[in-house]
Design a binder for this molecule. Structure first.
Ligand code: 5GP
Length: 183
């Protein structure tokens, strides 16, 4: 079945160019540092894999799992840890790698959570940013693409756990309604 994507917002080639640019920026900013990339599961999976290879520095990769939208396209504001951080970050230079910053609630929560573990520095990098939807102010020095207020899938981003494997970022104009509870 064809994905319910109405248009391609960012092509595979444009994605790779954006990731390469971020990689160069991070490489120049984190020289002589003890860099740890902390990817947020599952949306940042492909972005992290490509970004890590675009950074020409020794680095470590960690993952943390946070709950996302579930089967809907609207944020609940609630953030739940589904997989604890698997890397020691105390005294190290941590860069959170997010797929998309929308309301900013997830990143805000994660920044507080990780700063309690006393990293030497803590920053965030997002592939996509929807500034018009921002509800909390979060520092975001590394952004791949700023996008309009649309719901997107592909390159790690899902709708109800599907379409993560699309090689581009595509727009879903209208999310299909959640199925009624069965039984
Ligand atoms: P925030 O907490 O900033 O509102 O949302 C962050 C999380 O919401 C992202 O990590 C992502 O999982 C999900 N999200 C926000 N916007 C979109 C979108 O357009 N498409 C998809 N698939 N997920 C989104």
């Amino acid at each position: 079945m064809a994905p319910p994507v109405s248009r391609i917002l960012i092509s595979p080639e444009a994605l790779q160019a954006g990731v390469a640019r971020l990689g160069r920026q991070i490489t120049s900013d984190y020289r002589e540092r003890d860099l740890v990339l902390v990817g947020i599961l599952k949306g940042a999976l492909f972005f992290l894999a490509d970004l890590a290879r675009a950074v020409s520095l020794p680095l470590e990769i960690g993952f943390i799992g946070l709950s996302s939208y579930g089967a809907s396209t609207e944020t609940s504001g609630a953030v739940r840890i589904t997989h604890p951080l698997d890397t020691r970050i105390e005294g190290r230079d941590v860069l959170i790698v997010e797929d998309i910053v929308d309301s900013g609630l997830t990143l805000d929560h994660l920044l507080r959570l990780l700063s309690a573990q006393r990293p030497r520095s803590l920053n965030a990098c997002a592939l996509l940013h929807k500034p018009t939807r921002r509800r909390v102010s979060v520092p975001l020095p590394y952004v791949g693409f700023t996008i309009e207020d649309v719901f997107v899938v592909g390159y790690g981003l899902d709708l109800d756990q599907k379409y993560r494997n699309l090689p581009y970022i595509g727009v879903i104009e209208k999310a299909p309604p959640s199925p009624p509870p069965s039984g």
